[in-house]
Design a binder for this molecule. Structure first.
Ligand code: NDP
Length: 283
């Protein structure tokens, strides 16, 4: 049988879990695909050259990760609404005319992990998002689509949070602030979209921002051991997803669905990845 080819591209890319995840999805749904990782150099134009070569060779679709999500946004000929708002594309496909389309599945991945896997509705909730980089920008539209009561973006660099708010200001209950300004407020759901956990750090959060016994926390980062944020959340009595692995697998499932029209089961793949992480088979 001939296999349809897919890629994940980025720099670095060696640690990407996407080949593993999509290969598991393909086995489970009996789709004949081959999925691998490709390192692209960061020189100008290298991304477009690589994607065009892949398409010319019959490639069917790509996932795009750091630092090429904006380049992918510029590259594609058609963009979904959520990709337009995110200003970034993580999934590329080609239509019957050979034209490229781009979507962004990161946000829907987070929302599905929270609402379906963890069973936490966002509707009517006071949400606090920490950080104002690409990860937070990517999840804003799908979070706001769940109709939270309010959504505050806190960031060390206030201007970056304000820029994100300005992208949505006309319709949404969205605001920006610094960490200091959080003192005295409480939030039902706190989502860490900073890269602080990567450095083993905790964003400078004031005490008492989690309501007793009914606060929820989520760290987008995944690691074999608890991140400082997850540790902090549990110490403050919050209900907390173990890590952001669910988001990762859910965004992949949405890409797989866009390409193949089939929805894989995510739970066994999340469990498999968590096991491999804990055994240090993957990092
Ligand atoms: P960026 O580099 O674009 O942004 C980093 C953000 O983190 C900035 O807002 C920065 O603040 C903030 N920050 C960094 N260090 C600290 C600190 N010590 N205290 C407080 N704030 C800090 O990164 P991304 O947005 O691309 O990614 C962020 C994280 O999201 C990654 O670590 C990754 O683990 C996670 N992620 C997870 C995904 C998943 O599928 N689970 C998908 C995508 C991302 P400032 O602007 O002030 O510098």
């Amino acid at each position: 049988i001939s296999l349809d080819h897919y890629l994940v591209v980025g720099n670095p890319i060696a640690h990407s879990k996407s080949p593993l995840i999509h290969t598991e999805f393909a086995k489970q749904t009996q789709q004949a695909i081959h999925y691998e990782a490709l390192l692209i150099d960061t020189s100008s134009g290298a991304f477009a050259t690589a994607v065009n070569a892949f398409r010319a060779n019959g490639g069917k679709g790509l996932n795009v990760t750091v630092p090429f999500k904006q380049a992918a946004w510029e590259f594609v000929q058609h963009r979904s609404e959520r990709a337009k708002r995110a200003g970034a594309v993580n999934t590329i496909g080609f239509n019957q005319q050979g034209e490229s389309w781009g979507d962004n599945t990161d946000g829907v991945g987070l929302v599905r992990d929270l609402t379906q896997n963890q069973g936490k509705s966002l509707t009517g909730q006071r949400i606090l998002l920490l950080g104002a980089g690409g990860a937070v920008r990517g999840v804003l539209e799908p979070i706001l689509a769940e109709k939270p009561a309010s959504c505050v973006i806190a960031n060390r660099t206030l201007e970056k949070a304000q820029v994100l708010v300005s992208l949505f200001a006309e319709i949404e209950p969205l605001s920006a602030c610094t960490y200091d300004a959080l003192a005295g407020q409480q939030f039902d759901i706190i989502i860490n979209g900073t890269s602080a956990s990567l450095q083993g750090e905790l964003p400078p959060l004031p005490d008492n921002i989690i309501p007793a016994k009914r606060g929820w926390c989520y760290d987008m980062m995944y690691a074999a051991t608890r991140t400082p944020f997850v540790q902090w959340a549990l110490e403050h009595g919050a209900i907390c997803a173990r890590d952001g692995l669910g988001m990762l697998v859910e965004q992949a499932a949405e890409s797989f669905y866009l390409w193949r029209g089939v929805r894989p089961k995510t739970e066994p793949v999340i469990e498999h990845l968590r096991y491999l992480l804990q055994q240090s088979v993957i990092t």
